[in-house]
Design a binder for this molecule. Sequence first.
Ligand code: SF4
Length: 396
Amino acid sequence: PSQETFTNTIIPRRKTRPVRVANVTVGGGFPVVVQSMINEDTLDVEASVDAIRRLHEIGCEIVRVTVPSLAHAKAVADIKQKLKATYQDVPLVADVHHNGMKIALEVAKHVDKVRINPGLYVFEKPNTNRTEYTQAEFDEIGDKIRQTLEPLVLSLRDQGKAMRIGVNHGSLAERMLFTYGDTPEGMVQSALEFIRICESLDFRNLVISLKASRVPVMIAAYRLMALRMDELGMDYPLHLGVTEAGDGEYGRIKSTAGIATLLADGIGDTIRVSLTEAPEKEIPVCYSILQALGLRKTMVEYVACPSCGRTLFNLEEVLHQVREATKHLTGLDIAVMGCIVNGPGEMADADYGYVGKQPGYISLYRGREEIKKVPESQGVEELINLIKADGRWVDP
Ligand code: SF4
């Protein structure tokens, strides 16, 4: 690492090509895109439209739907149409979970991006005694994959749509497993094989993912992919995610550990947090990760001390009150600090500060400047008045 690695406080992002997914651009230096997936049955058009709308309204910029059959693929046409008629054109991705080309070709007409999983393009004949593939066998299967994939690639290319090559650690094809092992290298080679097929057909609207449920595997796979692409002169954007992260606090921490580590490396152009909870729960986690890393600012940044023996008021309670009163504002940093001993110096250049001054009194700050001392009972109200006086308030 260079000196710059340790002194740059703005994360430099890996340069990638812009890939359009309807009116959203992934990569190309655009803000990291937030996406999720509905869990409704795609055949239920009404419920799917409602779910897509709900997700989109809270900031999910690309929504994925699953398409396990031709009937589902046709239902996506109705979903798209209904969204346009009753809401707006939400960028949709179809997850095609096997190599049924008919399904993929049908749904490619209705969505903006198709996700395929290279591990499901399986042409190996079952042979339990096999332990390796000769180069000829390896290439022969590669040719079959190419022939199968070609119509979909051409369809997406000619329509100006996108494809995600979504490798999963848990579903690598057997010949990749035998040749490269159940490793990040196997995942990377699996993605590269599909990238090369697409490139040979002059199709480059590609986004790549290499998800795994084990965070260290996922981190290694994405890092290796970024390295290999750099070596090969490829600049495809990466879609980050930890699969099967679970639920609750640990699900969020596990997702964040994987996604944020890579984003901090400058790797990643779109993210999905996969929780075993309602998809709506995933969106705030995505935005919190991006905000914490300074990649997107979509909410108030609260700076608050952990409190200690010097704390002059109920910090937890006051932070809650301040948050409730100001959380609808965007672009502001607000600090709530327990005392003036360390508080003002540690507010991290917040726009406003609410700092314990003496028992029963707090001081309000604008940046590092102390504006006024007020009784604690009027603290939150006076903070709002100060923000209003500065013209930075909007009504909720
Ligand atoms: Fe304690 Fe003051 Fe630091 Fe808060 S700002 S942790 S109250 S010393």
